[in-house]
Design a protein around this ligand. Structure first.
Ligand SMILES: Cc1cc2nc3c(=O)[nH]c(=O)nc-3n(C[C@H](O)[C@H](O)[C@H](O)COP(=O)(O)OP(=O)(O)OC[C@H]3O[C@@H](n4cnc5c(N)ncnc54)[C@H](O)[C@@H]3O)c2cc1C
Length: 373
């Protein structure tokens, strides 16, 4: 019996650590990831302003795995019907059960010139590129496309970096929808907007990007915006290993036979039929359900008595709240309450630290709290 976990982000690392505890000792368990570390992606924007934070938000996988075998490789494709993952090493990894947790990639929607000219923000190398571009330009205009959770926080970091470096930079945040943080509660949107405005960020909602070249962003209105740096946070698509798709997945996270799809890699529909927002908090909670379901199926298979499969757990999306940072400011929505200022920053730091502790990275957790507060 062999179980594979593909990807070591929020979903993958949570799933593999839970499976280490729940699978029988003689079941093989393999984790595949294209980097030797887990990245706390919801803090990635911080690395634009504070490159040293990389050591805090990067957790070496060897330090937090117990018995799972770690393979550093890129998954090229997943054959869900056959139960096989093809790796860039040429190896074919056969599995009885797999949690596919490969996350999402940046979607450029075929907008002419955007992929070629904009910098996305998914990896530490992206944050380094944004920082270098900013420091090399020494001022000018930085355009951020997309005012979802990542775009808001990138714009905030760029504005704060300009202040810290004492350079004259204009940060423009473009959003196609009528408000920032589309899809979130109106009181959260208003507080985020106020925080962005307070930091002098030029927020333009109802403004769609139509294309770009090496120095200009073209808007759907026909207006052209010259830029010195262009960061694209306009949306996500599925991983290349899944053909760029985010397959719709039911609340038990099982996609086909032994393959489970978890986190941003899937469009999960929860137990109440609601689409689950792509987010770190959903990925973490889905992973627990998927790991428990895989463990239950492995136990059933080992009994070898045939009969009906066990009833699988189902995921229901239920959020304790949302927090974003905007430079040194922050906005938190906890239940009906919206907080700004130090309380919101503390909430953000606590969430990051709680996550790091939950994956066994205690030192990183305490470092994060020190750095954030
Ligand atoms: C700047 C920024 C800020 C954000 N802020 C927030 C926030 O405040 N709150 C929130 O809830 N969410 C936030 N998000 C979104 C959140 O980070 C994602 O929803 C979350 O990372 C999804 O978790 P995941 O485990 O599905 O995927 P990921 O965390 O992306 O993990 C995927 C893993 O798979 C690996 N991988 C990818 N492709 C391959 C491959 N082909 N082969 C092998 N390994 C591969 C990656 O290296 C990674 O380890 C933010 C995202 C960004 C970029």
């Amino acid at each position: 019996m062999h179980v594979a976990v593909l990807g070591a982000g929020y979903a993958g690392l949570t799933a593999v650590r839970r499976l280490e505890r729940r699978l029988p000792d003689d079941a093989g368990l393999t984790l595949v990831n294209d980097e030797p570390y887990h990245l706390v992606q919801h803090e990635l924007h911080r690395a634009i302003r504070r490159p040293d934070i990389a050591d805090t938000i990067r957790v070496p996988l060897d330090d937090v795995l117990d018995r799972a075998e770690f393979v550093e490789a890129r998954v090229e494709s997943v054959d869900r019907a056959a139960g096989t993952a093809t790796l860039d090493t040429g190896e074919e990894l056969d599995y009885d059960y797999a949690a596919v947790c490969l996350g999402a990639e940046t979607a450029f929607y075929d907008l002419p010139g955007v992929e070629a000219n904009a910098i996305p923000l998914k990896r530490l190398a992206d944050a380094e590129r944004v920082r270098e571009r900013f420091l090399d330009a020494d001022g000018g205009r930085f355009v951020v496309g997309g005012a979802g959770l990542s775009g808001i926080q990138v714009a905030g970091e760029l504005a704060a970096l300009a202040d810290e470096e004492g350079v004259d930079a204009e940060v423009v945040l473009l959003e196609m929808a009528d408000s920032v943080a589309p899809g979130f509660a109106p009181d959260f949107q208003e507080a985020v907007r106020a925080e962005l405005d307070d930091r002098g960020i030029d927020v333009r909602t109802g403004t769609a990007v139509a294309g770009a070249d090496a120095s200009t962003v073209e808007l759907e209105s026909g207006e052209e915006l010259d830029y010195d740096g262009f960061v694209w946070a306009g949306g996500i698509r599925g991983p290349a290993a899944l053909g760029g798709e985010r397959p719709e997945t039911r609340a038990n996270l099982r996609a086909e036979n032994g393959t489970f799809l978890v986190g941003d890699a899937a469009r999960v529909v929860d137990d109440e039929g609601a689409p689950v927002p792509a987010s770190a908090q959903a990925a973490l909670r889905e992973a627990k359900v998927a790991a428990d379901n895989i463990a239950a199926l492995v136990a059933h298979d080992r009994e070898g008595t045939g009969g009906f499969e066990p009833r699988l757990d189902r995921y229901t999306f239920d959020t304790p709240g949302w927090v974003v940072t905007v430079g040194d400011g922050a906005v938190a929505k906890v239940g009906p309450t919206v907080l700004r200022g130090q309380a919101a920053r503390a909430a953000k730091a606590t969430i990051g630290a709680a996550h790091l502790s939950s994956v066994g990275a205690i030192t990183n957790a305490s470092r994060l709290v020190r750095e954030e507060l």
